[in-house]
Design a protein around this ligand. Sequence first.
Ligand SMILES: Cc1ncc(COP(=O)(O)O)c(C=O)c1O
Length: 390
Amino acid sequence: MKYKDFYDRFKIDYEVVENAGFNPYYPILESGLDDPVIIDGKKFIDLASNNYLGLANDPRVKEAGRNAIQKYGMSLCATPVASGYSELYQRVREKLTIFLGLESSILYPSCYQANNGLFNVLLGKEDIAIIDRSSHSSLIEGIRGSGCKIRPFLHNDMDYLEKILKKAGKYRQAFVITESVFSTEGDIAPFHEIVDLCDNYGAVPVVDDSHGIGVIGKHGKGILDHAQIEDYNGIYTASLGKALANSGGIISGKRCIIDYLKYYSSHLVYSTSLIPAALAGVEKVLEIIQKEFDEISSKFWRFKNQITNTLTNTGYEITNSSTAITSIRSGSPLQTLMTAKTFYREGILSTPFIYPSVQFNEGRIRLIAGANLSEKTIDKVSEIFTNLAQ
Ligand SMILES: Cc1ncc(COP(=O)(O)O)c(C=O)c1O
């Protein structure tokens, strides 16, 4: 009967979803990221995706994807180390490296995989990973998999970080790991200070710029430009599936590290290469943002400011976000789902975060208005939030 016991262990706790009468997870989209998106035949305003620049459904990006399919097909059906590495892959990784101002890069099928595949190659039990405690689960899982000593530091607290660094001398190597833009709150790590502390204590900084690349810094160059860091000595990772509007993950940094990962990172070496359409899509997005970033970013900033102001004026409590993310403090899991349900009923798609993605009574509802949305749509969003408050 052991066999049966095993399957009985996997029961999802639906209590909060049942109490709220709403399950916001796994919505079934019947359209691309249009304005509106379609779910269950109905129109919704997309404030849920990470399509910051609004380029996921851009005709130029789609055409680049189609051309790549025409030339290479859907997939090279091989890992990069085998025959999955094309001239397109090579070109995109070089362009991204130049865009970021780093020495070299390698592209994984996703940033989750990149963050998971990085640490077990570079860190061992002689090392210490000092990580901002609000960091993404892919980073946390990645360092856990390496067997190193782990010390979390209080979110963005540089004194706390320094205290740990002072005692880290006994380890072979210390690493300081953080997100750049924190994905649930929208605040930015004091990365210049982190890099300075790392320099002082001989630690290697590692930053996940998934919500920074394409959003902050000149031409969307991300955290390194935003924090004005030159000659970055550390390791950089980011998702290509958010502002860059495709899919994939990048690890960049010193050439020796990237060359090493190319042969020793099993998450890269044993996984089918990024598909050509996504690579060509990223290449096209890079081309577009080098010309149009100021125009595109002024649009999503305007949208973010309008939404934030409306929410503040109508009594919602929001986090201290300094990026394109607006995040509502929504309380318990039930309160969070109830608020998301109300938005959904009014035709707004949002991202509710409940425990364990956030602390138990610290629910968040994240709103991101991409630059593909129209002024009229954002006015409608303001009108909905205002009416809901009355
Ligand atoms: C901060 C952060 N890192 C990594 C990831 C994973 O990126 P990807 O979707 O490319 O696997 C995400 C996506 O949710 C993220 O928010």
